[in-house]
Design a protein around this ligand. Structure first.
Ligand code: CA
Length: 226
């Protein structure tokens, strides 16, 4: 299946150029000329990457990115015409994966899209393939053997991280970095406490199973054959 790229750009000439370049390189594209319909669209029809213009007519692309990040991990490449915006993209860590300054060559954009997809798909495959679990990212819900789990914010994020890479051992530090909004304010034990809660919640569904493996001195992983 072709990766699907959402282009959010209000200048039709730029949209056309990008669309042509990406489709020539084997991508499917969807386009929007304003920002407010992005979240409804990606919640209904998942895309693999968003090319997001910062100067949109209805909402600033940086603000929109923050909103998108509350519920989605889709990679985002920013387009900007202004140097001061780049400072914000780079400095504020708002979750951009790359950016391009206008004017840019469409081939350069296409190369960046490929690079970002290659990089992000290694750690975040777009399909989550653990049969025991179903993740609904737009509703921020995880089901376990078809039962919806009642998870806290961090429990959800930890479990989703495991489900993305079954068998992969995550250290407590890695989980902190991946999951916590402000890792420096929490301590190691918090990870253990959350894992304990997740285990308890999973046990209420399947008392005889413990899908989370503890690796002494190393961290935690999800069992591979679930
Ligand atoms: Ca614009």
């Amino acid at each position: 299946m072709k990766p699907k790229i959402l282009i959010v750009e209000d200048e039709p000439a730029i949209t056309d150029t990008i669309q042509y370049a990406l489709e020539t390189d084997g991508f499917d594209t969807v386009t929007l000329s304003s920002g407010m319909s992005v979240i409804p669209l990606i919640s209904e029809n998942p895309v693999d990457l968003i090319v997001l213009d910062i100067g949109l007519p209805d909402i600033n692309g940086l603000e929109l990115c923050k909103e998108i990040r509350k519920a989605h991990t889709i990679p985002i490449i920013f387009l900007t015409a202004r140097a001061d915006e780049i400072d914000r993209v780079v400095g504020l860590e708002i979750g951009a994966d790359d950016y391009l300054t206008k004017p840019f060559s469409p081939r350069e954009l296409s190369a960046r899209v490929k690079a970002v997809l290659r990089r992000t798909q290694q750690t975040t495959p777009s399909t989550l393939s653990v049969p025991a679990f179903t993740v609904n990212e737009s509703k921020r819900r995880i089901s376990y053997f078809d039962k919806i789990l009642d998870l806290s914010h961090y429990e959800y994020k930890i479990l989703k991280t495991f489900i993305r890479r079954p068998g992969h051992v995550y250290s407590r530090d890695q989980l902190m970095d991946l999951v916590w909004d402000e890792p420096e304010t929490s301590m190691d034990r918090t990870v253990d406490a959350h894992i304990k809660n997740i285990r308890a919640k999973l046990k209420t569904v399947k008392p005889d199973m413990d899908p989370i493996v503890t690796h002494r001195g190393m961290g935690y992983s999800l069992k591979e054959d679930l």
